[in-house]
Structures are given as C-alpha cells and as structure tokens.
Design a protein around this ligand. Structure first.
Ligand SMILES: [Zn+2]
Length: 260
C-alpha cells in the first residue's frame, strides 16, 4: 500500500499540476468523495481555480487551491496518482499494474487539456475538501529522537502498532514498520514503552536510515526484508525461519532470533 515514501513520490509528481487553470472535475464514483461532498459542489469550488501549493502529512496529500481551500487526497491500500498520464511509481505492492477504467475514481481536468487522475482498484482512498490535518501526528520524516521517545513512553501497546498509529506518527505503514524493526533488531510485539534509552536511539537511527534508503531505492517495497515476506521466508541476516503474526491488525514478519 502507499506509505509515506509513495505519497512523497506522488507529491513530487503533483507539482506538475500546480499553477494550471482547472476546467472541471469528473467523479464517476460518488462514494470516493468524502465528508458529504458532492461532485457538483467540488466542481464549483475548483472550476476556474488553480492549485498553488503541494503539501504532505504522513499519507495525506494536500493541494492548496487559490482562494483558500485545500483538496485532500487519500490513497488507501491501492491508490495511484497520475498527472498527464504519468505515474510516480510503476509497481505498487498489493495493487495492480493493469489499467481498468472502472478503477478511475476522480479526475481533475485542466484547461490546457491535461489532467490529474486517481486510480484505486480497492477504493479505500478518497477525496476531501479541507481535511482535518489535526487528526494526524508528526510526519515520520520530521521525527526527532525526543519526539519518538515521547510517543512511545508509558505505552503498553505493541511497538509496531504504536509506530503505525497515524494520530501519533504519520506515514509509517506495514512494510516500512516491519523493515525498520527488523533492521533495528526489535520485536514488533514488545510493549512500546519498554525500550531502553539505547534501544530508542537504535530505533530512531534505523527509522531515519530506512526512510532515506528506501526512498532512494524507489519505495516501501524495496526493503531488505521484502523478499522474505512469505510463509516460508527466512531472515536475510541469520537464516532463521521468520515468525508471521498479526500485530496492530496487520500481517507482521519478524525474526525470533535477532529481534528481541
Ligand atoms: Zn534474524
């Protein structure tokens, strides 16, 4: 699913849509418009306007519109962004490379003939006007060591669930979190508040490095653990069969030997 790294790539792509006059929208899937928004209302708000700035908080992509409103785009499990027919990421884990017109959920048409398009096979994403950004925690790319400590301390929740809690830290999904914890040698099921100061520093260091490395490689699915995420997968570090569990509602792979 698109995580922080994918949405960051979408954000770079969507810069190509800034400053262009909007002709109108197509919203073939009314369910994709959230917050009681109708296609007619949204078309009236955006028609004749321009996107003037791109922002991102965690997995939420924001486009500020001249005149003061903000369009929020959420990509759920399988959402893909296209601008003028170009995509930011060719391969999206869990999604499909096929292009079925039935998966087109939302389109912004520009006066110049180009367009911004959201495709979403499983339609768990959505479009919203002026989304509540206050619901989201700090973006994972901006997380300091002290900020990380403050979000874990005192918590008995599983470490992985706490890291994926978007109200506390925004942007980390299933693949990134498994990769970070595997690299840091930490058991995803440990109580989040049980980390020692040295373990916290290690987690923060690997969080930073993992985001930088996988961002450079091209996305959340490029981690060193990725190829082993299967029922008979073994740890790439020590060859131990991986443990497969559900933690925080998500299928979790970890090494019973070096993740403690
Ligand atoms: Zn291992």
């Amino acid at each position: 699913m698109p995580e922080l790294l994918e949405i960051e790539a979408y954000r770079r792509l969507v810069r190509g849509a800034l400053g262009r006059a909007i002709a109108g929208i197509d919203a073939p899937d009314a369910w994709y418009l959230k917050g009681g928004l109708g296609a007619g209302d949204l078309g009236a708000v955006l028609g004749g306007r321009r996107f003037v700035a791109d922002r991102r908080v965690g997995k939420l992509l924001l486009l500020d519109v001249d005149g003061g409103t903000t369009l929020g785009l959420r990509f759920g499990m399988t959402g893909v962004l296209e601008v003028d027919g170009a995509v930011a990421i060719e391969r999206l884990e869990y999604s499909s490379a096929r292009r079925d017109p039935a998966w087109d959920r939302f389109v912004v048409r520009f006066v110049d003939g180009g367009e911004l398009r959201m495709r979403d096979p499983r339609r768990l994403g959505g479009v919203e006007l002026d989304p509540d950004e206050g619901d989201l925690g700090i973006d994972a790319l901006d997380l300091t060591l002290a900020g990380l400590r403050g979000r874990l301390v005192g918590s008995r929740a599983p470490l992985k669930a706490r890291l994926m809690d978007q109200r506390r830290i925004a942007g980390l999904g299933n693949l990134l979190t498994d990769e970070i914890l595997w690299r840091a040698g930490l058991d995803p099921a440990r109580p989040a508040g049980s980390l020692t100061p040295a373990e916290l520093r290690r987690l923060h260091r690997h969080l930073d490095r993992t985001l930088a490395e996988l961002g450079a490689r091209g996305g959340s699915h490029t981690g060193d653990l990725q190829e082993s995420r299967s029922r008979d997968g073994v740890c790439p570090r020590d060859g131990t069969p991986l443990t497969r569990r559900t933690i925080g509602g998500r299928t979790t792979y970890s090494c019973p030997v070096h993740q403690r």
